[in-house]
Each structure stands twice: as structure tokens, then as C-alpha cells.
Write a protein that binds this ligand. Structure first.
Ligand code: KIV
Length: 268
């Protein structure tokens, strides 16, 4: 899958996007036919034990993206650019984004967007680095905005529509809309020709994205707009508990898990 294939699918069959952070999960996501695998900076909360996405580094993103890319045959692999890896110095931003394609084998990058990313989106796409924009709730700005719904009044809604149009003009191939009113997401989807990918943004986007841990039921708590389609946390707890009980109860390892060699009988 190429970014240009995703761009061409606006208004057609609903696009699917899911996060993955490691090879086995990426393989399952790809085999399920998901269109885009996002190596989200949510890796900070979901895998690395950070309390927010802010500490995630470019090296960490490159490592997780490379693992996902190695296990993906069909889906578009998108590397989420972490806090302050872009936005301060354009040269550094280009280098950091470029690393995701050169070193980690990503197909595209995602930027939590705002007025400061319009020029950068233009520059990156000019250089051949496809960019997915991200508006609405942008968790890297949590100290500024909080982790709340965005675009809930006329002025901020207008600003989101305006920024969506500016990022489309700058060359973004798609746009994530996070935690905005469904009617605003519908208006943005109408206003631009690139696909909108919603998370907590209602049913009228061109596609949907969720965090894979929420979908499989691994997260401890999930956002109100999310949905667990499985109970992996319960299943893991049962398996780990079963192992502990079996070892403590001397039931594991059994005969079939052990092997014996005649030659080592008289070692002592
Ligand atoms: O980091 C992430 O997982 C994301 C998605 C929630 C869109 O940005």
C-alpha cells in the first residue's frame, strides 16, 4: 500500500487504521487486512510505561517502527513523530522524519498538526516523505490544552476546518481527527478531498483508527469513544496465573516437557 493509494480512497470503502508497536501484533493487524498500521507515540503509555507520550524519543519510535515494518506486507506503515522531534528546527524535523523512512522502513509519518506544521508538511511532501496530519485532540499538547474534546465551539471548529484545508493544500495524504464532535468531523470530511480518519469523531469520516490495546482488551482503562472487541488482558492474566500455579504445584514441567540423555547419567 502507498500513501497515494490511501489518498485516492477518500469517499470510497471505509478505511481501517490500527496502531501496532511490535512485530507479532503488526503481523496480526496486517493479516486482518487493515489498510494502515500506525506506530503511534501511544507506545509511550501502552508499552514503555511512561505516563504520557511526551518522553518518547526518536530512537524509540525508529526501533518500534522497524519492528512493525518487518512484520508488515500490505498495510501502509506510518511512524508517529514524537514530541519536539519536529516544530523547533526545520532541518532537525526533516532529518528525524527522514530517519523513519531510511532506517525504520516506514512508508509515511504522522505529525500532530497545527499552524506550525503547515510549512513542514509542504517541505516533507516535496522531499518525498508522505505526511498524515492530525487535528483535534493532540495529546502532545496536553499541558496546553488538556486531554479534552476539541472543536466544541464555533471558533475552534472553524480553526480545525481551516487547518484541515491548509494541510491538504500543503500535501498531506490524509488527516486524523481525534475527539471532535461528529458533526464537525462530517463538515471537515466534506470540506477536503483527502481521507479523514476519525478516533472519537463519529461515523462520517472516511476511515477509523483505534489503539490496538483498546481493541483487543489489553488496556486497563479506555477512552469513552473506544471499544474492546476481545479480552486479551483477562486471557493473559489467566495464562500467567496458570503457569505460576503449575510451577508452584510441581505440575510443570511434566515428562513431555523434559528430555534425558544416557551419557550424562554418571556425571556426578
Ligand atoms: O499515538 C497514537 O496512537 C495516535 C492515535 C490515537 C491516532 O496518535
Amino acid at each position: 500500500m502507498r500513501a497515494r493509494d490511501i489518498r485516492a480512497r477518500a469517499g470510497e470503502e471505509t478505511l481501517t487504521m490500527l496502531t501496532a508497536y511490535d512485530a507479532p501484533t503488526a503481523r496480526l493487524v496486517d493479516e486482518a487486512g487493515v489498510d494502515m498500521t500506525l506506530v503511534g507515540d501511544s507506545v509511550g503509555n501502552t508499552r514503555l510505561g511512561y505516563e504520557s507520550t511526551l518522553p518518547v524519543t526518536v530512537d524509540e519510535m525508529a526501533s518500534h517502527t522497524a519492528a512493525v515494518a518487518r512484520a508488515t506486507d500490505d498495510a501502509l506503515v506510518i511512524a508517529d513523530m514524537p514530541f519536539l522531534s519536529y516544530g523547533a528546527d526545520e532541518g532537525d524535523a526533516v532529518e528525524n522524519c527522514g530517519r523513519m523512512l531510511k532506517e525504520a522502513d516506514a512508508d509515511a509519518v504522522k505529525l500532530e498538526s497545527g499552524p506550525h506544521t503547515v510549512g513542514l508538511t509542504d517541505r516533507l511532501t516535496d522531499l518525498g516523505i508522505p505526511v498524515q496530519a492530525h487535528l483535534g485532540l493532540t495529546p502532545q499538547r496536553e499541558n496546553e490544552t488538556g486531554l479534552f474534546r476539541q472543536g466544541t465551539d464555533a471558533e475552534s471548529a472553524r480553526e480545525i476546518v481551516d487547518l484541515a484545508e491548509r494541510h491538504e493544500t500543503a500535501g498531506a495524504f490524509s488527516l486524523v481527527l481525534e475527539h471532535v464532535p461528529a458533526n464537525l468531523a462530517a463538515a471537515v470530511t466534506e470540506a477536503i478531498d483527502i481521507p479523514t480518519i476519525g478516533i472519537g469523531a463519529g461515523p462520517d469520516c472516511d476511515g477509523q483508527v483505534l489503539v490496538v490495546d483498546d481493541v483487543i482488551g489489553l488496556s486497563e482503562g479506555t477512552a469513552p469513544f473506544s471499544k474492546a472487541f476481545g479480552d486479551v488482558r483477562g486471557e493473559m492474566a489467566r495464562a500467567i496465573g496458570g503457569y505460576v500455579d503449575a510451577v508452584e504445584g510441581d505440575e510443570f514441567p511434566a515428562e513431555e516437557h523434559s528430555h534425558y540423555e544416557n551419557d550424562v547419567d554418571d556425571v556426578y
